[in-house]
Write a protein that binds this ligand. Structure first.
Ligand code: FAD
Ligand code: AMP
Length: 478
């Protein structure tokens, strides 16, 4: 029987990062991954690299360039004609990036001495792991520590069963071969908005059907309102309070029935339907009945703040445990667990995990929303700054959106930052760093920002918290 200090099950961003960090710290590590390519090869990287973050961003970037070239260049005095998109080439570029990054994990495993094993892992009792390779050969690995990192899967709903032809999930939406004339998207969450944007930019008429009456319900309301305005202006038809209750395939069309806000049933006809109603933890077949690992009431593996499960020496990280289903959250958990196994005292500040929607403009947030701060009863100040007042945004003809910073009224400590606007993901990260160092809005306001940069919008919003913005009229303070 092979023995390891650490056996990781799953090589998504939570698992492969845990494996590499543990090996860097001198532990003997195996990482088991069951994903196979269409031609049967084992492949690392999980959802993020294969069918998530990376391919979706590749398509978002390609479609943004196409759309920009067609619609936005004239204002700079650049004329274009007969701009075309070759979908097959766009997909091939995406696949090449995926191949490069997934292959890179194998190289990093080698460089760090991680044994990468392709096949399926199952946790048995006493920290033993059953490993079934892709030829069906079964062996048992003995592990001092096990890290479960088996990720998540798209949720499917009986009202819209995925057939991978006319009705696809987020994975199928990354493989659509030609631009659908009319595209339906169920769920106006992060993934629905990103994928809807891709195909909208390429020419589809996109209708997003969202059951909730609030748009981006968990986001800061002012930013969600601004975002909805911008997306609607871009042509996305976002219908709120629209719960899909059934679908019918008729010829080459999907007929979608939904209950609208007023209680009536409506039918829409689409050439393609993407189902993006969320993701669920993937635990099937991962735990033997006597593994001892307990699930919580939501069906995720129950863990504490340190990602320890109910079994000593067994940890779980990433999408299969509580918290936002985000690649960077899982990776940080992987690092934390590896370091704790190696005897370090690592922890994660779960209060400062940035969240991004990679549309254009991007939508990004970190920390508390104004609604959350209000509900806490603490007094607070808010500073905002519109991109329309940023010289750099104007120069780039990219002026939609705003920055909002919320700070505690007494301590001035920054509690949250919410941005819709160009490069929002990178801008919000600046505030995340400031928050991690316990920065006040005044500290950020006293920091020198380069000019002209988009970052100046963050500077001005921080100044605005205390009524000191220079490039906009400040709200009067009591
Ligand atoms: P996964 O990436 O799901 O990896 C789990 C791995 O475990 C898989 O490879 C699976 O094959 C393997 N596995 C499962 N069971 C076994 C077993 N028994 N034996 C061996 N291996 C097993 N997040 C972001 O932060 N930013 C984004 O921009 C972003 N965009 C996204 C876009 C889309 C379209 C989607 C679908 C998701 C996106 N996400 C994004 C979410 C992100 O992909 C996930 O949060 C992340 O992949 C979770 O990482 P993980 O390691 O926990 O799980
Ligand atoms: P997210 O959780 O960000 O992936 O978003 C998924 C979205 O899908 C949520 O906002 C849900 O409200 C929405 N949703 C779930 N089921 C349905 C349904 N039957 N019809 C329309 N929207 C739905």
């Amino acid at each position: 029987m092979s023995s390891y200090d650490v056996v990781v099950i799953g090589s998504g961003p939570a698992g492969y990062v845990a494996a590499i960090r543990a090996a860097q710290l001198g532990l003997s590590v195996a990482c088991i991954e069951k994903w196979r390519t269409a031609d049967g090869r084992g492949i690392n990287g999980g959802t993020c690299l294969n069918v998530g973050c990376i391919p979706s961003k590749a398509l978002l970037d390609s479609s943004h360039r196409y759309h920009d070239t067609r619609e936005e260049l004239a204002v700079h005095g650049i004329s274009t004609s007969a701009v075309k998109i070759d979908i097959a080439e766009m997909m091939a570029r995406k696949d090449k990036i995926v191949g490069q990054l997934t292959g890179g994990i194998g190289q990093l495993f080698k460089a760090n001495g991680v044994s990468g094993l392709f096949g399926t892992g199952k946790l048995l009792a006493n920290r033993q792991v059953e490993y079934t390779d892709h030829d069906g050969k079964i062996s048992v690995l003995d592990a001092a520590h096990v890290i479960l990192a088996t990720g998540s899967l798209p949720i499917d709903i009986p009202a819209a069963p995925v057939d991978d032809k006319l009705i696809v999930d987020s994975t199928g939406a990354l493989e659509i071969a030609s631009v659908p004339k009319r595209l339906g998207v169920i769920g106006a969450g992060v993934i629905g908005l990103e994928l809807g944007s891709v195909w909208g930019r390429l020419g589809s008429d996109v209708v997003l059907l969202e059951a909730l009456e609030d748009f981006l319900a968990i986001m800061d309301k002012a930013i969600a309102r601004e975002t909805k305005k911008i997306f609607t202006k871009q042509g996305l038809d976002i219908r709120l309070g629209a719960r899909v209750v059934g679908t019918q395939i008729k010829g080459k069309k999907v007929h979608v029935t939904y209950q609208s806000k007023d209680g009536t049933e409506q039918v829409e006809i689409f050439d393609k339907l993407i189902v993006c109603v969320g993701r669920k933890p993937f635990i099937d077949g991962v735990l033997a009945p006597d593994s001892g690992v307990q699930l919580d009431e939501r069906g995720t593996v129950a863990v504490n703040q340190q990602c320890e499960t109910s079994v000593p020496g067994v940890y779980a990280v990433g999408d299969m445990v509580r918290g936002p289903m985000l690649a960077h959250k899982g990776s940080e958990e992987g690092v934390m667990v590896a370091e704790r196994i190696a005897g370090h005292s690592a922890q994660i500040n779960y209060d400062i995990v940035p969240n991004v929607i990679y549309t254009h403009p991007e939508v990004a947030s970190v920390g508390l929303t104004e609604e959350q701060v209000k509900a806490s009863g603490d007094a607070y100040n808010v500073g905002t700054f519109p991109f329309a007042a940023s010289g750099r945004a104007l120069a780039a003809n990219d002026t939609d959106g705003m920055v909002k910073i919320i700070a505690h009224a007494d301590s001035d400590r920054i509690l949250g930052c919410h941005i819709v606007g160009p490069s929002a993901a990178d801008l919000v990260q600046q505030v995340a760093i400031a928050m991690e160092f316990g920065s006040s809005a005044e500290d950020l306001g006293m920091t020198v920002f380069g000019h002209p940069t988009l970052s100046e919008t963050v500077h001005e919003a921080a100044l605005a918290v205390n009524g000191n913005a220079i490039h906009k009229a400040n709200r009067k303070r009591k």
